[in-house]
Structure formats: C-alpha cells, structure tokens
Design a protein around this ligand. Sequence first.
Ligand code: ZN
Length: 408
Amino acid sequence: MAEAFLVENARIVQVTTGSIAADRSVLVRGDRIEAVGRFPGWSGATLDAEGRHLCPGLIDSHVHFFLDAGPDPRRGYLQSDDAQRMETARENARLAIRAGITTVRDCAAPGRLMFRFQQKVDAGEVAGPHIVSCGYALMRPKGHCHFLGGEVATVREARQRIEWNLNHGAGFVKLMASGGGLTPGTVPHEADLPLEIMQAAVREARANGVHITAHCHATDSIRRGIEAGLDMIEHASFVEPPGRYRYDEDLTREMRDAGIIVGPTVYSALQTARRFRAAGAAHNPGDVAAVERLEGRLVNTGHFRRLGMKIIGGTDCGATNTPFDSLVDELDSYVEAGLSRSEALRSVTDLGASYLRLSRVGRIRPGHRADFTLLAGNPLEDLEVLRRPLRVYKSGCLVHERNGRGPA
Ligand SMILES: [Zn+2]
C-alpha cells in the first residue's frame, strides 16, 4: 500500500463555495487525497498544520517555459543554445513550484525540447509543476512566435503538425490566429491564420478528444475563432486595423453564447505597457497600438465578468517581464477588473481545472490529486498569502518548504 500521512488541524480553503472548513485533517495516500475529516485513531506520519490554511495548488493556464521573462524574450531565446534553453525552463519550473503553482499549461514551445523537459519533470528529475503542453503552437509562415517552430502553410501541414504534437505528449492544440507583440513582421490587428486551417485544426482536436485555443489580438481573429468553433481564446484584445483598440460587446456576447472560455492574460500586458510607456516605443514597429491594446485587457476583463463569461486564469509568463511566479499579480488585476477574490481564486483552481478538462485537480477533496499548499493566512481575505506558501505539496510529495530544506 502507498505511503500515507495526515495533515491535521488545518483550515481548508473550499474554493467552490468560497468558505473555510476549520479543524479538519487531510489524509494523503500516495499521490491522492484519500479522505478529509477527523481521524482521532490515526497513529501514522502526521504534520500539524497548527490551524493554518490549506489551499489547492494553483493552475497557471498560460505559460511559456522556454522564454526567459526578461525585457526581450525573443532575443533571449534566439541567442541561446538548447542547453541554455533547457536551463531557462528548469529555472521557470522552480519558480512556479515555489509560488505554489502545481499545474501549468504551456501555450507555445519548441516542441522537441518541450516534451523532453516534460518527461524530466514527470520523472522527478527536475522540480516543477504538472505540465500540460501544446508542444509547437501553429502559426502561418513567419507568423507570431515562429522562432519557436510550428509554421504551417496548408491544412495538410496543420494536421500533420497537430498529429506530431499529440503523438509526442501534447495535451491540447494552440493556434496563433493573429500577429503579436513579440514578433516583428506580424501585426496584432491582423487575423493571419486562414479560416480553413483553423477549422481543420478544430476538427483534428475534436477527433483526438483535446481542447483547442488560439492567441487572438485582432478582432477579426476572434470572429474567425468563433466561426471555426474554438473552445478557448487567449488574450481577446480586440484590435482593429489600423491598430486601434476597440472593445466589441456584440462579439463578446457571441463568444459567451458559443461557450468559449477566455484567458485575458492581463498582468503581462500591463507590465509590457508600462515598459513601452517608459521607453516610448514597442518591440515591434508594426505594433502601433501596443500600449492602448495592452491596457485594454484590464477593461475587457471587467466586461467579460459583467457578461458572465467563463474566465480562466493565466499569466503568459515567460513573456516580457512576466516571471513564473506572477499568478497572484494576475489575480490582483482580475480583482481590479471587478471579480471577487473568490472568483479570481476559482479561475486558477477548481474552475480553471474544469475549463482545462483536468479531472480531480483544483480542490481539496477525496480522490483528488494531493496538490496543495500550506499558507500563512486566508487567501479569501488576502490573495497576497498565496505568493509565498509555507509548504507546497505536489502529488502528495513535499516539493517546497519556505526557509526549509524542501527539495525544490
Ligand atoms: Zn502566450
């Protein structure tokens, strides 16, 4: 029988109801939570939580392991060799774990390196969160993030690329449906992936039982994404030619009515906007409305919330000035946009898990994976306590201890 231990005398953060269950114990066996309650007869290994809060491990739905989160991640990537890129990924993974992030979804990577890295983490050779990865994202030739690989010119190439990803361990499909700030030669207000390729990718994802999402800055790319039948949209920035930000309420309603989940990735955008304001220029000379578009994501999030859209929490970390421990900053921007703290927390725990179709993740309850953190306070009252957990458990193993000798 797998090894078991009890975390006793804890306050459990019940994310689904936004409440705290006091004086509870959690029995962990192997990588699972076996039971939650009181176990007066227990005589095995025990950790006294001393009345502290136990919270589900967080899920960051939008990360890039192979970008360095520096001032110019594209340049950093291009100037590195594979060994340095793996080191970047390792450092990113370590940072995430220390921040209590126990699951991440990588939304564009050099596929070969990504799957090798994922295997190392799965095998426990490298400390890091559980990873769901798309492998290579798909973009038009020279499209957004093409330097990571994944360019496709035809429906046939798109299908082959998706099959390759899925055969090597991908858990979903990611498209780059418009240009982006990181990539000179692309413009964020242009929908630049053809509709027929998007439709073929949706069919391929459905046939393989995985979800499909797309990077969409351009309003036209959002429109195309709805028509193609995407499950999710990242950023949803609403940029129109010749580069102006203009929120479109009708289109948002269409997204909502189609059941599309949105990942607004606000914090990274605000960080980049701040930097562009200071420098007086964007990375990409074609990106004329960069600051306006980036700051618009906070405004959009308020509208998404008001219209009852499904919002999934993700940072776009790895991208410009957005390190792998930025998830609390992202949640803070959701609160600024009008979500309650509880709603923000759910976007990266139970609801985040269900939107990503991850079962038995995101809550502290019997049968769920034993991914949780021990916190110094109540995150429903103060999200800041999530930033530096006292202890982090992944699959029932202690992977980080603050000021302690945790293996991370
Ligand atoms: Zn991204």
